[in-house]
Design a protein around this ligand. Structure first.
Ligand code: AMP
Length: 219
């Protein structure tokens, strides 16, 4: 059973790569961003609370996120279900809480996989990113999306996420640098970091991740 954390800035390809890895490792992907967007769509209490933060590119408070993850990881252990966390942890308290949760469950994190992409490239990718309303797959259109374009995975409608607008993107980068980048050191110091270069097309990155993870899993 594998328990993976995916680290990387917004737009680094975490979601895309998690979708590929989940098939290979028979794991489920937990995207906390997708989960929160679904709560917003359902107009739940959690969704209403989260939206105020998400619209500005800010982080949803730690206690909310940790509560959700605690329940989920326990359910996975019961079912011996491998999982990949996409977008959690995003702060040091979340990372500490995750390791505590796993310790309580008597298990270890397999690794935290960092998809390393320079910030200028992240901004470029996010400003041209379109997301499928149906399956959350993404597509990049640097020269503008053609009118007839639909999702390459399921044919669903493509839309631009509210937080993929220019000013919000810059704020998300700031938030990432301040809150999430320190997690790289945190996992590194615990001997739990695996680093992969995230440049190039999704297939090349997937190949690099596969080779690197196989080495990590053997060691
Ligand atoms: P994402 O889809 O991962 O880019 O997440 C979109 C937004 O959801 C983020 O900008 C945050 O506002 C919120 N979010 C997702 N995951 C977390 C988390 N682990 N902690 C706090 N906020 C989160």
């Amino acid at each position: 059973m594998i328990r993976l954390v995916l680290l990387g800035g917004p737009g680094s390809g975490k979601g895309t790569q998690a979708d590929r890895m989940k098939e290979r490792y028979r794991a489920v992907k937990i995207s906390t961003g997708d989960l929160l967007r679904e709560e917003i769509r359902r107009e739940s209490e959690l969704g209403r609370r989260a939206k105020q933060f998400m619209d500005k590119g800010e982080l949803v408070p730690d206690d909310v996120m940790i509560g959700i993850l605690d329940k989920m990881t326990q359910a996975f252990e019961t079912r011996a279900q491998s999982y990949i966390l996409d977008g959690f942890p995003r702060t040091l308290p979340q990372a500490q809480a995750l390791l505590e949760m796993l310790k309580k469950q008597g298990v270890n994190l397999t690794t935290a996989l960092l998809i390393d992409v320079p910030e200028s490239e992240l901004v470029r990718r996010l400003s041209s990113r379109w997301t499928c309303r149906n399956c959350s797959a993404t597509a990049g259109y640097p020269d503008g999306k053609p009118d007839q374009a639909v999702c390459g995975q399921c044919g669903g409608e493509l839309y631009q996420r509210d937080d993929d607008k220019k000013e919000t993107i810059l704020n998300r980068m700031k938030v990432y640098r301040k809150n999430t980048e320190p997690l790289i050191r945190f996992f590194e110091e615990k001997g739990l970091l695996t680093r992969v270069e995230g440049f190039g097309d999704p297939d090349s990155v997937a190949m690099r991740i596969h080779e690197t993870l196989e080495r990590t899993l053997k060691s």
